[in-house]
Design a protein around this ligand. Structure first.
Ligand SMILES: C[S@@+](CC[C@H](N)C(=O)[O-])C[C@H]1O[C@@H](n2cnc3c(N)ncnc32)[C@H](O)[C@@H]1O
Length: 343
């Protein structure tokens, strides 16, 4: 790994990387405080197409080699979203949970908050590697789940599991659609056919929340519910709403960080039943675990799977994301849970 260090790419735990991360956290803490002092109106969420740059997003991020994701994601669910260690920053830091256990805890909390009983018809938008499905089928084998991802890498992984007779994904209760959600005609999925529509770590990629919620309205049964888990900020961070002008676009073309209040204000088609802000140190710790595992397995990745440039890209990504969640001990930038009922 000397070659990487010679190229200025420093590993997890190194003094150089820790110093860089501390500087970034200090800079972002100052920025967030400055923005807190001059907050404006709720961010606009009803312009342009439902989804912005899905093709580029898949190419630049989600369709990266599966061997990369396998080195750092948890071994139990292969979840690519925040794990839940605790309610407060202190609890997160003191938590004895492994990444695997904290991911299971996240899915348990989501199931409880979304009110899953076990006999519903569910749509999961942006299913990743089927992490939520793996949790749900271990508890509720009778659920009927349709899951959507435009990522070929994620879909191939799920299809392989589906082909194994003994796997919980096998069978007619689980349907996978490998497409951009915006491209799927609501009639194909079934008008007013779902009891519950979920997304975990997906609304960060949505460009127009109004069109998304209008589509969800068409798909839900009367009285149906929709639950969303996503990265969100307590304040409006104008740059984070425009991926072309920030580093968000480098890692997630078209990505956005919606303010908490913007999600709470989505009531054209739904009534907000409840919302929860989740302390950002949960994602800090998740990302830190991913970052550590990435470096523990670096020999499997470099140079056979990732080039020097790609290692730098992912190393910077982990540090930058962690730095966003750390200011004010996770109180301003974290995750949100939003539960809505169809009007
Ligand atoms: C951060 S990952 C979360 C994956 C999964 N929900 C989990 O928690 O493990 C975001 C997911 O959103 C999906 N996604 C992005 N754009 C999408 C689109 N236009 N339609 C459907 N899914 C999309 C990605 O393919 C990916 O599966």
């Amino acid at each position: 790994m000397d070659k990487l260090q010679d190229a200025g790419i420093f590993p997890y735990g190194s003094e150089q990387l820790s110093t860089y991360q501390k500087h970034l956290i200090r800079y972002l803490s100052r920025e967030f405080k400055r923005l807190e002092a001059r907050q404006g109106a709720v961010a606009i969420s009803n312009r342009g197409p439902m989804w912005g740059q899905t093709g580029e997003l898949m190419e630049h991020h989600y369709d990266e080699d599966d061997r990369l994701f396998s080195t750092f994601l948890d071994q139990r669910h292969k979840a690519y979203s925040m794990a839940y260690y605790g309610d407060t920053a202190e609890e997160v830091k003191a938590s004895p949970l492994s990444l695997e256990e904290a991911q299971t805890r996240k899915f348990k909390i989501i199931s409880e908050r979304a009110g899953i009983r076990g006999d519903e018809k569910i749509l999961n938008i942006g299913c990743g590697f089927g992490s939520l499905e793996s949790y749900l089928y271990s508890i509720y084998p009778k659920l009927e789940i349709t899951s959507v991802t435009p990522s070929t890498v994620q879909a191939d992984y799920i299809k392989e599991k589906k082909s194994e007779c003994a796997h919980p994904f096998h069978g007619k209760r689980f349907t996978l659609i490998n497409d951009d959600f915006a491209n799927i005609q609501p009639e194909t999925l079934g008008l007013e056919s779902f009891d519950l529509i979920l997304s975990i770590g997906v609304l960060e990629h949505v460009n127009n929340l109004y069109t998304l919620f209008s589509r969800l309205y068409q798909l839900l049964k009367p009285g149906g519910k929709t639950f969303h888990h996503l990265i969100t900020s307590r304040i409006i961070i104008p740059n984070f709403l425009d991926s072309d002008n920030t580093l968000i676009g480098k890692y997630f073309p078209g990505g956005k960080v919606w303010p908490f209040a913007t999600l709470e204000a989505q009531h054209d088609f739904f009534q907000l039943e409840q919302s929860w802000f989740i302390n950002g140190m949960n994602y800090y710790r998740t990302l830190d675990q991913w970052h550590q595992r990435f470096w523990e397995n670096i020999e499997q990745l470099y140079p056979s799977v990732l080039s020097e440039e790609a290692i730098k890209h992912w190393n910077d990504y982990f540090v930058l994301c962690k730095a966003c969640f750390a200011p004010e001990d996770g109180a301003v930038y974290g995750n949100g849970h939003f539960l809505y009922r169809k009007n």
